[in-house]
Design a protein around this ligand. Sequence first.
Ligand SMILES: Cc1cc2nc3c(=O)[nH]c(=O)nc-3n(C[C@H](O)[C@H](O)[C@H](O)COP(=O)(O)OP(=O)(O)OC[C@H]3O[C@@H](n4cnc5c(N)ncnc54)[C@H](O)[C@@H]3O)c2cc1C
Length: 549
Amino acid sequence: MNQIPPQFDVIVVGSGAAGLYACLCLPEHLQVGLITKDTLKIGASDWAQGGIAAAIDPRDSPKLHFADTIKAGAGICDSTAVDFLVKNAGSAIASLVKMGVAFDRKGDKLAMTLEAAHSRPRVLHAADTTGRAIVSTLTAKVLARPNIQIFSEALALSLWLDRGRTSCRGISVLYQNQIHWIGAGAVILATGGGGQVFAQTTNPPVSTGDGVALAWRAGAMLRDLEFFQFHPTALTKIGAPRFLISEAVRGEGAHLVDETGDRFAFKYHPKGELAPRDVVSRAIFTHLQKTAPDPSKVNVYLDLRPIAPDRIRYRFPNIIQVCQQFGIDVFSELIPVAPAAHYWMGGVAVDTKNLTSIDRLYAIGETASTGVHGANRLASNSLLECIVFAAQLSKVKVEAIASEDLPIINYGGSWDEEFKQILMVRQELPLLVWRSAGICRTALGMNKAIDLIQSWRKEFANFETVRIILNQSGDRNLKFSSPDAEKQLRLCSETINLLDIAYLILKSAVFRTESRGGHYRTDYSQTSADWQVHTLIAGDCWRKSNLES
Ligand SMILES: Cc1cc2nc3c(=O)[nH]c(=O)nc-3n(C[C@H](O)[C@H](O)[C@H](O)COP(=O)(O)OP(=O)(O)OC[C@H]3O[C@@H](n4cnc5c(N)ncnc54)[C@H](O)[C@@H]3O)c2cc1C
């Protein structure tokens, strides 16, 4: 059994591409604790298919990559952050290749494909399991590093702040039926996205927005939470998960068709199925709305037959296999697809050094809002963001903090009644958020949802489980004797995080009275110059920012 020490120099929470790469970039003299709530490789990074963008071809340039990113971001990218991203893409790829990531090659050169809204083929890939190739390589490197201790099945519950609440001094973690308070000179949140707050999502079960919720409750500044990207083509088959059918499939020539075989996407945008994701998602939603009373219950299709079979076999072995598993032969049959929540552009506001508004607290990867994605992410820029920004942590300065010897307190702990209610909310909440804050939003629907969410949050505030997680009971380092305690506390922790992020997304979406990028309101369907700003949240205060802040 792996004992958690009371203190590290640095704690990294999350073992996706961002967390793993950060661990490897941190100076080797630092003692690093890597805390991850499932097994090491579980996360969105491992599921990433399409690839990682980098303008490294001689016919391409960081300038063009910059322009495409800014255009996709619909007017609110942070240009300094985008410039940093595209200029450092080449060195990020070189570092991954040097570590051993086996990207596909064409001859002796790295192979590159075109994806929607990119003006050049610049997406590097490893078949259709690019994320797995990156995560496996990084995991092997992390496991070989003596200064990194890994704690799997360890759930970060809350942040530990100093008395003035301006500086982070550690975290509390649920691990092996005990809550541990661990001190650290720096805490890095790399907990990924929050797609599980929506009933239809391509995200893995671990994507419950924990880092954003923890940071918010600690008082950190959040940014642009209303911007969620809905991927147009998730597999829609009864009994199957919303498995992503990568954009690269359309990039390679697949057609998006309706029930009658019509390539309807051209009716909504001149680029048809290769228009930006939000446009294609809305086109599907609108098209289905015309034919079905509840568009969330029907689907359109992807037709891969225009692509040469050999090319399909070479590029999409994983898609072939998963579709086959659910009875679809992609060479002869159409794949039923519909939009699903995919990527959260907003997050914990950070500067280019990943520092949040709280001293010693950093955020990276999908948890962070660096500003590179603006209102809509350009495909394959997120893995790149994980690597480019995590690399900045090689320069992190860590001051030692005084350790505290906290006693372990034995506690009973089984909360069956609370558990039932929490379980009900865990099931109902994603449906509520999908209907009210999904592809098309209105103030009426969102305000109703906020009222219900607030009533749940109020009810939960009195639960003992919640008080323990939020450390309102005053006792630390609790050890539970009930075997159910860990399971119940885990569900409770993820559910309160989901409730918090649902509240934050909805309030932000009501606050922004326009449509832009991934945020579309039927009651404010136009983009407004007055809103070419970020949405900033601190506590319960929402405000507009200047663009670059
Ligand atoms: C199906 C799919 C396909 C995608 N394809 C692409 C693509 O082709 N190209 C691209 O650029 N992007 C793609 N994306 C987006 C991209 O994969 C993610 O944005 C990126 O991988 C996020 O990496 P991350 O390290 O921030 O988070 P993740 O990889 O999600 O890792 C989060 C980690 O945090 C851990 N964690 C979470 N909460 C806690 C907690 N409370 N305590 C402890 N640990 C915790 C999780 O267990 C996990 O280890 C795709 C996303 C999906 C879902």
